[in-house]
Design a protein around this ligand. Structure first.
Ligand SMILES: [Zn+2]
Ligand SMILES: [Zn+2]
Length: 251
């Protein structure tokens, strides 16, 4: 019965997309050229981050976004790679349509940004990639986990000959939390996300180098919390990679 419902929901979604296609034909979000959500020329114009900062203090420039010496004790995360800047209107618009208008096809060009950031950095290759999990309730609402789509698009291209392992069930979100973006205060965000995640299979992450993927981060609370849980369960190193970091003025 449940399967039937899932099928019906998927069919409705497809019909909706087909209708959208007729009324809103696909065109580049940057320049309006038809047939592509982000044309090659607009993709090339997106400014990449040429410097990475320590993800904790956001002040010290560090190689590949590694946590600076002064902040090491504050987090289990080894580093956070940020591909581009959220202040670019094309990025904020694309990410918004991807997440809240459910345009899953945008995963491809957005994943490309993360991929390029990883390819141009010196970070060692991960042994396991984990997209930041959604709570099952939010997953049902959105129909897809945006971080998983980005991970799948990216991981296939990271190594030409081998496939990197992705896991979507080793780290799960056990507690339903308010969307972080609805909370303005740094402390509220930390409290909201605390103990939201759990590792289901510690053997799978033991002594491994893990790469966490998310779309956007703001205060970093979600990635820091995932890193804490993974490290506690035995992971060796945890890096993160995101499309962009939304500027957070109140810090
Ligand atoms: Zn364009
Ligand atoms: Zn720092």
């Amino acid at each position: 019965m449940k399967k039937l419902w899932i099928k019906i929901i998927f069919s409705l979604r497809k019909i909706r997309l087909a209708v959208l296609d007729v009324f809103f034909p696909i065109s580049c979000l940057g320049c309006g050229t038809p047939d592509n959500w982000l044309c090659e020329s607009c993709q090339r114009k997106i400014k990449r981050r040429d410097q990475q900062l320590c993800p904790v203090c956001e002040k010290n420039i560090t190689p590949d976004g590694q946590v600076c010496f002064a902040c090491k004790k504050k987090t289990s995360l080894t580093g956070l790679l940020v591909a581009t800047s959220y202040q670019q209107p094309l990025i904020s618009k694309t990410v918004h349509l991807f997440k809240y208008r459910f345009l899953a096809e945008l995963a491809r060009p957005l994943a490309e940004l993360i991929l390029q950031a990883i390819q141009t950095c010196e970070l060692p290759l991960p042994e396991l990639i984990i997209p930041i999990p959604l709570h099952p309730r939010r997953l049902r609402w959105r129909g897809f986990n945006q971080a998983t789509l980005l991970t799948e698009e990216m991981a296939d291209k990271l190594l030409p000959d081998a496939k990197l392992e992705i896991s979507t069930d080793t780290l799960i979100r056990q507690r339903y939390t308010l969307p972080q973006m609805t909370l303005k205060d740094h402390r509220q965000r930390n409290a909201n996300i605390q103990n939201a995640f759990v590792v289901t299979d510690a053997a799978k992450i033991k002594n491994k180098r893990i790469l966490l993927i998310d779309d956007i981060t703001t205060t970093g609370s979600t990635i820091f919390e995932c890193a804490r849980v993974l490290k506690k369960a035995g992971a060796k190193e945890i890096y993160g990679a995101v499309i962009a970091r939304q500027e957070y003025k109140q810090k």
